[in-house]
Design a protein around this ligand. Structure first.
Ligand SMILES: Nc1ccn([C@@H]2O[C@H](COP(=O)(O)OP(=O)(O)OP(=O)(O)O)[C@@H](O)[C@H]2O)c(=O)n1
Ligand SMILES: C[C@](O)(CO)[C@H](O)COP(=O)(O)O
Length: 232
């Protein structure tokens, strides 16, 4: 698998839940855009051969400049995304030619290199994998009126993260099928699952958060500061 792994980093969302005027992936952590922090993890990972960055059409210019400024030489292509995350990933997949692909959220800058390796090695063994953590809370299914319907067994529940790793040809086929059938999912695995691709879960880290709401930003700032000071 080595040297034949491409990454699609999706960063074309608007960040509605963050509530800022600037799209959340461009907010600064210690003076650097969040998406640059994320790209640096993959740039520095020896197993990654190329990266496709998916952004808003109006953001491609500044992203190109950051790639030069921060030495992100593995970013081979920057493409405009679509209305939903799934459409953005699909556009990124079209630009890759590697055997394997990892799909990663531009707003998950704290993914550990060792977790990228683990996700990657599991895909090599079994065909496809997703990084995830066991849920810590009790989860309930609730109806539209706020009434509890059921309490699923927590031992079978995992919070799914990225990266998610697949054979590029298989993931492309799963995306084509979803597109034809009008299915829209919130992650890549759900499309693979529909296409009959078995997906293995790899236990990752709770620190690999998706920066989604303002409280996540506080955590992110704290984490970056601690890392800079060598305490995390
Ligand atoms: N049309 C979209 C929507 C999302 N994403 C990306 O998918 C990742 C995960 O999505 P999420 O956290 O939900 O981002 P947003 O859609 O931007 O957030 P919100 O739902 O709050 O608007 C982010 O890196 C986001 O930029 C994307 O590339 N294209
Ligand atoms: C892919 C993902 O990050 C896995 O947790 C998540 O599903 C993205 O979801 P969102 O609906 O775009 O927030």
């Amino acid at each position: 698998m080595a040297n034949n792994v491409g990454v699609v980093v999706v960063a074309a969302g608007r960040g509605t839940r963050m509530g800022t005027e600037e799209s959340k992936q461009y907010l600064l952590l210690q003076g650097k855009p969040i998406v640059v922090h994320t790209l640096e993890v993959f740039q520095q990972h020896e197993r990654i051969s190329e990266i496709v960055l998916v952004t808003g059409a109006e953001d491609m210019g500044r992203c190109r400049k950051w790639c030069d400024e921060y030495g992100l030489s593995k970013v081979k292509d920057i493409v405009a995304g679509g209305a939903e995350r799934q459409h953005s990933v699909y556009r990124g997949l079209e630009r890759l030619s590697t055997e394997w692909v990892m799909v990663h959220d531009g707003v998950r800058p704290f993914v550990r290199p060792s977790d990228i390796d683990a996700c990657y090695e599991e895909a090599g063994r079994t065909g496809a994998s997703v990084l995830a953590v066991p849920v810590k809370d009790t989860i309930k299914q609730v109806d539209g009126q706020g009434r509890v319907l059921s309490t699923p067994d927590r031992r079978s529940l995992w919070a799914i993260q990225t990266p998610q790793t697949f054979r590029l040809s298989q993931l492309r086929a799963a995306y084509e099928a979803a597109d034809k059938e009008g299915f829209v999912g919130t992650d890549d695995s759900s499309l693979a699952e529909r296409a009959g691709i078995p997906v293995a879960v790899v236990e990752g880290s709770y620190s690999n958060i998706k920066i989604t709401t303002p409280d996540d930003l506080e955590y992110a700032e704290f984490t970056v500061t601690m890392r800079r000071e060598g305490q995390a």
